[in-house]
Write a protein of this length. Structure first.
Length: 79
């Protein structure tokens, strides 16, 4: 009987740790996606295996709105 009680405590701690890990992953990616001009909700894809790799490649190779704005400001000429 005591053996089962110990496993119940571990089970809850495991899910709490998994939730904390997911939050630690999602929050920074939320800011990165938002700065890139995408919806912050896309950061939830970072907790889905294999989909997170696809999302990272899309993020890495897409045109960011901030980089377009900086390039337009760097060009000399009339405004």
């Amino acid at each position: 009987m005591m053996y089962g009680a110990g496993w119940n405590g571990w089970f809850g701690l495991h899910w709490l740790t998994m939730l904390l890990g997911a939050v630690l992953i999602v929050l920074p990616f939320w800011k990165i996606f938002a700065k890139a001009g995408f919806s912050g909700w896309l950061s939830l894809l970072m907790i889905v295996p294999m989909v997170n790799l696809i999302a990272l490649y899309v993020l890495a190779f897409s045109d960011w709105s901030g980089s377009r704005r900086a390039a337009a400001e760097a060009q000399p000429g009339p405004r």
